[in-house]
Design a protein around this ligand. Structure first.
Ligand code: DLL
Length: 445
């Protein structure tokens, strides 16, 4: 490995300057921003103000950064309950973008951005790319989905800000991905890690070895993956693989990113204040302890999130990173404290599947979701019991029902699933919590 100075010189990019300021400066900035965001949420956010009042708190009670722990939490259900615009603290005339992410039922949750919010997001994404050693001159194939998902547009704006050439290919169309990767001399790709494994296999099938291509960096996230998967990707494609983390509620991708040392993800602390709490008690835990990541957006105008419970389980890592960045790091996220699972980069709650199944007449509330992975591609099978009437009826009505369920599932979660109708009373009943999801995926495959 190169020395620290060589590394800094090689990776120097003015966009990254805030990553290297002394930690005390970042803390000062965090405190100033925290006070102002709390004031904004209190003045313009009914829910937040009501919760502060319940605790007898006013913005003036925030006298140091540690006082963040006095503030009430925000949870995903708050976004659902105030759907679509109840958490906005800017007038709609100042909102320039809306994205959505999965909620726990049929309705999605909505997130909003002012122009300044988009600029902050663009900035952290550009810094993320710079941390992976990318710069202008790089050609970035952006295979995160464009649209309501934050991955595509978030990475796009960041890549342009960096001055790189961005190819807005979005997800899917695997043949075309490989053709463009070869013909446009792509040097970096953004997509989910499982999709990249699929791309490697697909390229091989087309007689193309990625080692022979100029591609040298992959920026992978939006779903959990492991260090063994990184090794496999790096070996099979001859690239360096970086883990990128983020969530729509906070901004999208670009909350945290690995540097070339791959020893945790640096959190862009000047905009996102991290805490780790005990997922059961909500008590704040020290650096090094595993718990749920809670994030406060320090600069978001349209929809500030104060102490947002991400449900992602990780650890904050203290101490300096050899890359010189003073931003604190978090360990990669391997699991969540709730039942959400991610399939092909799409977040799914079992409750959404249930809502879709029960919207169709002829089904019983007994179902099981089976997740498998082959060649990097996730598959979801949904087994559902049907009523005795449907089951004893002609085959035609079963086919009809299966079609309706296919359609309803795709409409609710945006994913195709293989639906299997089964006889009443055939799925295992649980004596305690029903085990709805049978996740047979091996993330290292
Ligand atoms: O997945 C944003 C994103 C896009 C991140 C592209 C990285 C790259 P959501 O759809 O709101 O946003 O899903 C957020 O996905 O709470 C985690 O559970 C999971 N997640 C995101 N990145 C990672 C990662 C985007 N690197 C939810 N490792 C989060 C593990 C991740 N899980």
């Amino acid at each position: 490995m190169t020395s620290l100075l060589e590394d800094l010189a090689q990776n120097y990019n003015p966009i990254s300057a805030p990553d290297f300021v002394p930690a005390c400066h970042t803390q000062e900035l965090q405190f100033t921003r925290l006070k102002s965001i709390v004031r904004r949420a209190y003045d313009h956010g009914d829910l937040f103000r009501a919760r502060m009042q319940e605790r007898d708190l006013t913005p003036e009670d925030i006298r140091s950064l540690d006082d963040v722990s006095l503030l009430p939490f925000t949870v995903k259900a708050d976004l659902r309950d105030t759907y679509p615009f109840g958490l906005l603290t800017s007038p709609m005339s100042e909102v320039v973008r809306l994205h959505v992410s999965s909620g726990t039922t049929g309705k999605p949750i909505v997130v909003a951005y002012t122009k300044e919010d988009v600029n902050v997001w663009t900035n952290v994404m550009a810094r993320s790319f710079a941390a992976c050693g990318l710069n202008h001159g790089d050609i970035i194939q952006n295979a995160y989905g464009y649209g309501l998902f934050t991955g595509g547009l978030g990475a796009h704006y960041g890549a342009e800000e960096l001055g790189a050439t961005v190819i807005p290919i979005s997800g899917g169309h695997t043949d075309r991905q490989i053709m463009i990767m070869c013909d446009f001399h792509v040097t970096a790709i953004c997509c989910t890690p499982s999709y990249f494994i699929h791309l490697i296999d697909h390229a091989r099938g087309m007689g193309i070895d990625m080692h022979d291509l100029p591609i040298r960096v992959g920026i992978f996230g939006a779903e959990p993956w492991t260090d063994s998967m990184r090794k496999r990707i790096e070996q099979d494609a001859g690239i360096q693989a970086f883990d990128i983390y983020g969530l729509s509620e906070i901004t999208g991708p670009g909350v945290a990113i690995e540097c070339p040392y791959h020893n945790g993800l640096h959190i862009f602390e000047d905009h996102f204040y991290p805490e780790i709490v005990d997922p059961d008690t909500g008590e704040t835990l020290p650096d090094g302890a595993e718990g749920e990541l809670v994030l406060t957006t320090l600069s978001k105008k349209a929809m500030p999130m104060i102490r947002y419970r991400t449900r992602d389980i990780t650890t904050l890592i203290g101490g300096r990173c050899p890359c010189g960045r003073t931003l604190r790091r978090m360990r990669r996220v391997g699991r969540r404290s709730d039942d959400m699972f991610i399939i092909r980069g799409i977040n799914v709650f079992p409750s959404q599947v249930e809502t879709a199944l029960l919207a169709v007449e002829g089904t019983l509330p007994h179902y099981q979701i089976i997740l498998t992975r082959a060649g990097g591609l996730d598959e979801m099978e949904v087994k559902v019991e049907v009523t005795p009437e449907v089951f004893s009826d002609r085959v035609g009505s079963m086919e009809n029902l299966a079609k309706k369920l296919d359609h309803e599932l795709e409409r609710t979660i945006g994913l195709r699933a293989a639906v299997r109708l089964v006889r009443p009373n055939t799925l295992e009943r649980s004596e305690g919590k029903a085990k709805r999801v049978d996740d047979r995926r091996n993330l290292d495959e």
